[in-house]
Design a protein around this ligand. Structure first.
Ligand SMILES: Nc1ncnc2c1ncn2[C@@H]1O[C@H](COP(=O)(O)OP(=O)(O)OP(=O)(O)O)[C@@H](O)[C@H]1O
Ligand SMILES: O=P(O)(O)OC[C@H]1O[C@H](OP(=O)(O)OP(=O)(O)O)[C@H](O)[C@@H]1O
Length: 336
């Protein structure tokens, strides 16, 4: 039986490291993006590193929550994760800086690489909201009603900052710099999953958790009273990537795939006299392509249109006299 090829660390030499969620909600959409960007790899069973066959890249499969740390510290060059995870990581970095300042242990190394990650593209999937939730039939109406109570969450740092801000507001303190040094009256309880069960089980008075369809929240007898972060999946890069050209190439490819998913190509024929009216509905990304038809007084138009607008656009084009309207899927796209 053929043995799987083991990856030794030397084979990562010279390769751009690209972190991908190893499981969960973002995994499949991230894999689809890689396929669309022609990033070819074979992931061996149980191995969290895969060498890309056609580019000098290695994929590293990591928990979505850890990806901002690896990218932020420059251990990995690029990553796909949720904006919520980046925000939680950044809030954690602020909390650590505050703790170190308070204990006078603040000694940045002079040769340290720039830390932190930058958002390259909003990937347009994995949209949900990090919300403050309370029992639907309970007495809590707004975030500030939970001050001094027990809050269950996996997003401890964002929850800490959220309640620090509310506590300061309640005390009439406007200096937001104090959010970072606040000793909270509200108790934040870290939970790693099934957070929605915390209220019913008496562990928490309220929770801070993700809501997508709202089904989990409803089933747990909870309602949302505030939003901490609106999130979707993003492509992030380190502030000091090992190969900036390769980062740009991957970003351009992924951007092309995302744009292709968002747009369709709309083609139609229209009398030249109605062209101005018709192209108001199909201005294209830069400008529509207009070509003359063999038939006198007619032109053919081709333009990219956002998928979500296409039905309305077709209705309006018909009204202004366009005919032979075709809508085509776009497989990939690239613009500078
Ligand atoms: N309905 C949803 N619930 C949770 N996360 C979602 C949802 N929709 C999109 N996401 C995104 O997916 C990211 C990863 O969440 P997910 O729960 O799938 O991760 P995970 O690695 O399986 O973590 P865990 O083991 O804690 O469940 C979230 O941070 C968020 O950005
Ligand atoms: O609004 P909805 O569409 O119902 O989605 C939200 C739920 O999905 C996530 O949990 P997940 O299923 O990832 O499991 P977990 O509770 O173990 O994190 C999140 O923590 C919510 O519980």
């Amino acid at each position: 039986m053929a043995q799987p090829e083991l990856i030794n660390l030397n084979s990562l030499e010279g390769r751009l490291l690209f972190a991908v969620p190893k499981k969960g909600r973002l995994l499949q959409a991230a894999l689809n993006l890689l396929e669309g960007a022609d990033i070819q790899f074979k992931r061996e069973n149980r191995l969290d590193i895969a060498l890309v066959k056609n580019l000098p890249i290695a994929l590293v499969f990591l928990p979505a929550a850890d990806i901002p740390t690896f990218v932020g510290e420059g251990r990995v060059d690029l990553g796909i994760t949720g904006y919520d995870q980046v925000q939680e990581h950044d809030a954690g970095v602020r909390a650590l800086a505050r703790a170190r300042r308070m204990s006078n242990d603040w000694s940045p190394k002079p040769d340290q690489k720039p830390q932190g990650c930058e958002t390259v593209i909003d990937l347009g999937f994995g949209a949900c909201r990090l919300q403050v939730q309370v029992p639907a039939k309970g007495e809590y109406k707004e975030g500030k009603d939970l001050i001094g109570k027990n809050i269950g969450t996996s997003f401890v740092h964002l929850a800490q900052e959220y309640f620090a801000r509310l506590e300061l507001e309640q005390e009439g303190i406007t200096d937001t710099a104090l959010i970072a040094t606040r000793k909270l009256r509200t108790k934040i309880i870290e939970l790693s999953g099934s957070v929605e069960a915390a209220c019913a089980l008496g562990v928490a008075d309220g929770i801070v958790d993700l809501v997508e369809s709202g089904e989990t929240m409803k089933a747990a007898g909870l309602k949302a009273i505030d939003t901490v972060v609106e999130t979707s999946a993003i492509l992030i890069k380190s502030k000091a990537p090992s190969n900036p050209e390769m980062v740009n190439l991957i970003a351009a490819r992924i951007n092309g795939v995302i744009t292709a998913q968002k747009y369709v190509l709309c083609q139609y024929n229209v009398p030249r006299a109605s062209l101005a009216e018709a192209t108001k509905w199909t201005p294209g990304k830069r400008a529509p392509t207009v070509t003359s038809l063999e038939e006198e007084g007619w032109v053919a138009v081709s333009a990219m249109v956002e998928k979500k607008r296409i039905a309305t656009v077709m209705d309006e084009l018909t009204k202004v006299g366009a005919t032979d309207i075709l809508v085509l899927d776009i497989h990939n796209t690239r613009s500078s």
